[in-house]
Design a protein around this ligand. Sequence first.
Ligand code: ADP
Ligand code: GLC
Length: 484
Amino acid sequence: MNVLLVASECAPFVKTGGLADVVGALPKALEPHGIESRIILPLYPALKDLAGEARFELDLGVLHGSPARLVCVEAEGISLILLDAPDLFDRGAGIYLDERGADWSDNAQRFAALCEAAVHVVLNGIDGWRPDILHAHDWQAGLAPWYLRQQGSDIPCVLTIHNIAFQGLFPSALMNELDLDADGFSPDGYEYYGQISYLKAGVVASRRITTVSPTYARELMSPEFGMGFEGLLQARRADLAGILNGIDLEVWDPETDPTIAETYTARALKRKTVNRTALEKRFSLSSNPEAPLFCVISRLTEQKGLDLLLDALPTLVGRGGRLALLGSGDGQLEDAFRKAAVAHAGSVGAIIGYDEKLSHLMQAGADAILIPSRFEPCGLTQLYGLRYGTLPVVSRTGGLADTVIDANDAAIKTGCATGFQFAPVTASALSDAIDRACSLFADRKRWAAVMRNAMRHPVGWDSSAADYQALFQSLFDSRSEGAE
Ligand code: ADP
Ligand code: GLC
């Protein structure tokens, strides 16, 4: 079975968040299940060197004012189909945002072009390869299923929602320019409160909808988390599934990670402390073997709840804990953490920016990772934390609720505790969880036992890849039956 993934980012080539990790890991995870995947992705400047290695090229003429071609390359064991449309994608700043941090004014055209190119691949094949299933990721890929439906194609489409907060909303006046049929501008189509929604187009035109954890799948059908999509998703309940993300164990494994100060295993936990010392140095933190070193690796946005951490800092510091934060995003939060690092010098360190390599050292060196998200479709940093024996302290929501087992007395006794959960998502509940973590840390034997549980907890792709395979297979079989 051949699956075409349509996405706007893919690790290790271009990444702003967990979407890239998932898109980069899924093809490798599906391969043992007999699925050959290719990813269609815009050719951003960061991917230019790859295009030089092209195995196959195809001219697409002009797409939304830009000359366009498709370039097939193999890199890092992944088959990529790059959309080379320089007037849309060959520019500096971010992949979604301009120099001022605003959305690129032509994002509608940029990602419509990606979807049109994906449709070309579905309908015509490329380089002797033709997809049986289209797997669209988030709003940037949402028009691909819609365009296919518009053209009468019966290829099954699956849309995965990684984050409902991003809905791809654009003015209705673009309808013609985007080749969207006017009939579709209705509540049953891609219309969303008077605008065009790429995400809604994808939901409506896809046979199945998935999201990245079972709890988020349920949450999405509630007004609190559905962000306006709850009614639509309730109506599609039978087609909606939550499949938990996994992590790429070739990239995230403390036993082999080449980027950390010292590799270690659950049987040789002492070696982890070499990473803690390196981390303390990097963030100019004092050393305190009596209290945990907490870390944060995150986008600094409302979703991630890090404003609550600012309020919980007195507890963290008061218990002798230390904090190393790596993140970027909201300017006010960036400033607030810079200031906190000055106010609590030696106890709080903040590096504002994006640094993939440092994020590995932090997972290896910290004792615990804080993730107080207001909502979290899946979350990957708690999964990396589990793998690295860096106990996650998480709010009880979405994928965080599904992947971390709270270290209450019963869970510790039965040997299944892997971290700390708290609810509701408030500064005081977060403070209590930090307090509990500090208390458990003081009991080194019990803490080490929880670390070992965490490191044994399955976080790879095995079972989720099997779930995707089963989903794709059922669609593939129903299509063959229809053709008979
Ligand atoms: P989201 O996709 O909502 O940002 P996830 O937890 O799913 O959240 O994924 C975030 C990914 O981005 C992880 O791989 C994490 O390590 C990485 N990341 C986030 N912020 C940074 C940063 N400032 N520097 C390096 N990596 C980061
Ligand atoms: C989104 C979500 C995050 C999830 C990631 C990958 O960015 O915010 O929770 O882990 O997508 O699915």
